[in-house]
Design a protein around this ligand. Structure first.
Ligand code: F6R
Length: 608
């Protein structure tokens, strides 16, 4: 979604704002803008397209300033046109905003009646004029900000500068993330710490309803009831991870190849040689996990697919009932919560609006406890859940989630084993999982060596418009994930089916022009899957099958098998994800799409 950066310093902040915008570009990227205070006048530049277009505008008429705000936009209200890019101006102030103001049309009408002219189609411009109208009355920007916030409904993170206070930057958060970066005689704001890692690794995480004023020499922070708050800063834990692409052509490819290390880091400290360690969830964890009788999992997109795999594991390994639901559905319905149910929210970013809302909705539903499985330590989800299990994938920049997904799966397999162990499962069962997880990073390294073979296969998709993905058991959600990856970065329509469902309808789509991708580890469902694949072959479908080397499947007319190393079936969903990630990556290259920033998508979906 949109990204905000702001800075107030004794040095020129324009390069800091531009660099911050580039680092935030992965969140949204249809237009960008910067507003700075030069002397006592606000100057702004806006451009459609990528941040480099904005950079070119600034290079044509360079300027310096010590205070400024900047924004990269992912259009919600109003097309991605220059006049809709932020910052938005009113009187002597400028505003950048991330989120959606739900009551903007009512406010717009009232402001127009007061004589304010609107120059954009955005909801954000309402904030600028509201602030200006309150400032005209109070002549106090803090009061004006509070009065404005009281009138806004919806989600926002905002940054405000005013010509009357050239060193000050005002900000507020409700429903959309915002952090304050702490420097030496300089302070910053951003939607994501990643935007500011070039200038600081210390952050203040604003809570819901907080607002703050920063200047080079200080930070003042208040809660939603305007009570002053102690300013608590924390060091960013991922600071040592590189944000550069290095030798890789795209972030996505880099992130695919980072998976062995990401898995190693995520699993460190979670096991002994053959037992699960639960202390990571706190001293009471062993006892509380023992009380759990049901699990509800809530997430969106790729993280939802991780939850679907976990259902197979939790029911099979721990013998506990598990429900998995899309967060945007869960948050708006009355949920029947059986006694002793654990709610698990999965999110790479920890800022996905629907997942966060689901967690908040669940507070009143009588859950035993809530657990966030999350990749961003300081995120709202990680801070608001009772327990957090952090994946250590490092920053994920490519819009298509890769290493975050496989580390979520590893964390969920750990959770399944932890629940089994605390419910008295025989040590052989948990021991087998623990040993499989110990060997996982090196098996992932091995699976990644198929890169070149998969790249050749991708050529076959050059003129395709539709693809089917098939899997069975816990590999069915992996087929869903493979289909999602392909559609989001190559724009080929892809659908996943549990292979047994094929003859109940989708088989009608299969002919010689339809590629069908399947995942076939050597598990108990293999023979059933083989029959399903024959159904496809008999209709002339072109099958690409990722199969275990021990599965006794050879290439025949219409079927290409890519042999995968043998793995314990419990980690097969993690391993079989890799060739599907590589396939979608190379198909996207063949199609010539923007792999890291696919059209219409944003990395962190902070609005509903
Ligand atoms: C797809 C993808 C999305 C995210 C979804 C949830 O590749 O990345 O489907 O998985 O938007 O995001 P998080 O995990 O940050 O809650």
């Amino acid at each position: 979604m949109c990204g905000i950066v702001g800075a107030t310093s004794n040095r020129n902040v324009v390069p800091i704002l531009l660099e911050g915008l580039k680092r935030l570009e992965y969140r949204g990227y249809d237009s960008a803008g910067i507003g700075i205070i030069k002397g006592e006048t606000i100057h702004s530049w806006k451009a459609t397209g990528k941040v480099k277009e904005l950079e070119a505008c600034i290079a044509a008429a360079p300027d310096t300033a010590q205070t400024g705000i900047a924004h990269t936009r992912w259009a919600t209200h109003g097309k991605p046109l220059k006049h809709n890019a932020h910052p938005h101006r009113s009187d002597r102030l400028a505003v950048v905003h991330n989120g959606i103001i739900e009551n903007h049309s009512g406010l717009r009408k009232k402001l127009k009646e007061q004589g304010y002219e609107f120059n954009s189609d955005t909801d954000t411009e309402v904030i600028a004029h509201l602030l200006a109208s309150h400032y005209r009355k109070s002549e106090d920007l803090l009061v004006a900000l509070r009065n404005t916030l009281n009138q806004l409904r919806g989600a926002y993170a905002i940054g405000v500068i005013h010509e009357d206070q050239p060193e000050m930057l005002y900000c507020a958060r409700q429903g959309s993330p915002l952090v304050i970066g702490v420097g030496s005689e300089e302070h910053f704001i951003a939607s994501d710490p990643l935007a500011l890692l070039q200038v600081t690794d210390t952050f203040v995480y604003l809570e819901e309803g907080d607002h703050a004023v920063i200047s080079p020499c200080g930070i003042k922070q208040w809660d939603a009831s305007n009570n002053p708050k102690q300013v608590n800063s924390q060091r960013y834990e991922h600071a040592e991870h590189s944000m550069e692409k290095g030798e890789y052509r795209h972030y996505m490819l880099k992130e695919i190849h980072e998976q062995p290390a990401a898995l190693r880091d995520t699993l460190t400290g979670l096991f002994t040689e053959d037992r699960v360690l639960t202390a990571i969830l706190g001293p009471e964890a062993e006892k509380r996990l023992h009380e759990v009788q049901n699990i509800h999992i809530v997430a969106c997109g790729t993280s939802y697919h991780a939850g679907l795999v976990a259902r197979y594991w939790i029911e099979d390994i721990a013998g506990l009932a598990c429900n998995v639901e899309i967060a945007s559905e869960f948050r708006y319905r009355r949920v029947a919560v059986p006694a002793n149910t654990l709610l698990v929210c999965i999110s790479q970013s920890g800022e996905t609006a629907d997942t966060l809302a689901a967690l908040r909705h669940a507070r009143h539903e009588g859950y035993l406890a809530t657990l966030a499985i999350c990749n961003v330590p300081g995120s709202s989800l990680a801070r608001e859940a009772d327990w957090r299990l952090l994946t250590k994938a490092g920053p994920e920049i490519g819009v298509a989630s890769t290493k975050a997904f496989t580390t979520q799966l590893a964390a969920l397999l750990w959770l399944s084993a932890a629940l089994a162990q605390t419910h008295g499962a025989p040590p052989e069962i948990t021991g087998e999982i623990v040993r499989a997880l110990h060997g996982l990073p090196s098996q992932v390294e091995q699976a990644l060596q198929q890169d070149a073979e998969i790249q050749r296969l991708a050529e076959r998709f050059a003129n395709k418009q539709h693809t089917l993905f098939l899997g069975r058991g816990p590999l069915y959600p992996i087929a869903m994930e493979g289909a999602l990856k392909l559609k989001e970065i190559s724009y080929i329509h892809a659908e996943a089916y549990a292979a047994g469902e094929l003859k109940h309808g989708p088989l009608a789509l299969v002919d010689e022009s339809m590629p069908v991708v399947s995942v076939a580890p050597n598990c108990q469902l293999l023979e059933k899957l083989k029959s399903n694949l024959e159904e496809v072959r008999a209709r002339g479908g072109q099958l690409i099958n990722f199969a275990c080397e021990t599965a006794d499947m050879q290439d025949q007319d219409g079927i290409t098998h890519i042999h995968m190393p043998w793995v314990n079936s419990c980690i097969a969903p993690i391993l079989y994800t890799l060739p599907l990630q590589l396939l979608s990556y190379y198909v996207a290259l063949v199609k010539g799409t923007d792999v890291d920033k696919p059209r219409n998508l944003a990395k962190s979906v902070t609005v509903e």
